[in-house]
Design a protein around this ligand. Structure first.
Ligand SMILES: N[C@@H](CCC(=O)N[C@@H](CSCO)C(=O)NCC(=O)O)C(=O)O
Ligand SMILES: [Zn+2]
Ligand SMILES: [Zn+2]
Length: 190
């Protein structure tokens, strides 16, 4: 079976609950874009969607979130560009190597205030391990043969990760709560 992601294939490495962040670097050999994170990430997950950055050879991205005020671009930010400004998550990628350094939500959205980041771009150890696998069926849209999808789901389960075809129930509930409140179907304060 092809690699799901290097941080999943051979089992998960548990994160350190006291870990307090580190630096992310793009893949350029010189003048690397550097992003500094001042805390650990949350809701780290494997994502099969077509928009999240995946390392070479991996079927899935691994992506987590961090509050915007915990993230800063600390070197070579001039190499960043937004790859799709119409997407909900504006992914800032290195123009040279293509790696996504952070994805920011600028429009009204339930996750506004959070940035999406890939902790594998860091040399530090202690980042939260993936918590679930999201958008699993989306890999089929990108050319993965549907007959192999059961094996993919089994592999995730074998390392202890639940699989979903959207986000996890907890995150979908957050999105639904936000939508219900916006529509006036739920009180603003719950
Ligand atoms: N089947 C589509 C799904 C794309 C999608 O909706 N992705 C989610 C998850 S990204 C990280 O968890 C999303 O919220 N996207 C918003 C955005 O990317 O701006 C596909 O595969 O493309
Ligand atoms: Zn680069
Ligand atoms: Zn995604």
């Amino acid at each position: 079976m092809p690699s799901l992601h290097a941080s999943v294939d051979n089992g998960l490495t548990k994160g350190d609950p006291n870990f307090s962040g580190g630096k992310l670097y793009c893949h350029c050999s010189s003048k690397k874009v550097e992003v500094t994170l001042k805390s650990n990430v949350a809701h780290n997950h494997a994502c099969g969607c077509s928009k999240c950055w995946k390392p070479e050879g991996a079927l899935f991205s691994v992506v987590g979130v961090i509050p915007v005020d915990q993230l800063s671009v600390t070197a070579n930010g001039d190499k960043l560009h937004v790859i799709d400004s119409s997407a909900a998550i504006q992914r800032n990628a290195c123009k040279e190597c293509g790696v996504h350094l952070f994805g920011r939500i600028v429009n009204d959205h339930p996750f506004k205030g959070l940035d999406f980041v890939h902790t594998e771009l860091s040399d530090s150890k202690g980042w939260q391990e993936p918590q679930f696998a999201a958008f699993v069926s989306s890999i089929i849209e990108q050319g993965f043969h549907p007959k192999g999808i059961d094996e993919v789901r089994e592999k995730f389960k074998a390392v202890g990760l639940q699989t979903y075809d959207v986000l996890s129930p907890a995150l979908m509930d957050l999105i639904a709560t936000y939508t219900g409140q916006k529509a006036g179907k739920l009180p603003a304060k719950l």
